[in-house]
Design a protein around this ligand. Structure first.
Ligand SMILES: [Zn+2]
Ligand SMILES: [Zn+2]
Length: 112
């Protein structure tokens, strides 16, 4: 596979940065399919913050209030403030029931 340098825009600071052919081949070797979303500076900063135990601002998915979490919030999962997180956990532990599973169903078109 041949890679070419790509110019990407950082989702944090909006700066353009080059995702080089070398990095792309490194990514694909590692099985990482997504291109980086942050410039090297922001990636370093986030890594450092993580090591230093910095809190990240979030909007709680339950009560909608601003809060902070001690980890990098993932973008595809809801995050909760301390209180809602605790409440949710208590609820789940109290119930001891398996959480309902949700399957993402892809629309499958029947072959004609
Ligand atoms: Zn950046
Ligand atoms: Zn909350």
């Amino acid at each position: 596979m041949i890679f070419e340098d790509m110019v990407l825009r950082c989702i944090d600071c909006g700066a353009e940065f080059v995702f080089t052919a070398g990095e792309q081949s490194f990514y694909s070797e590692k099985g990482l399919l997504n291109e980086p979303r942050r410039c090297p500076d922001c990636r370093d900063r986030r890594r450092q913050e993580r090591e230093q135990g910095v809190e990240y601002p979030i909007i709680c998915a339950e009560c909608g209030q601003e809060a902070t979490v001690p980890f990098v919030p993932s973008e595809d999962r809801p995050v909760y403030c301390d209180e809602c997180y605790r409440k949710r956990r208590e609820r789940e532990e109290g119930r001891k029931a398996p959480r309902p599973r949700r399957f993402k169903r892809k629309e499958q078109e029947a072959n004609r």
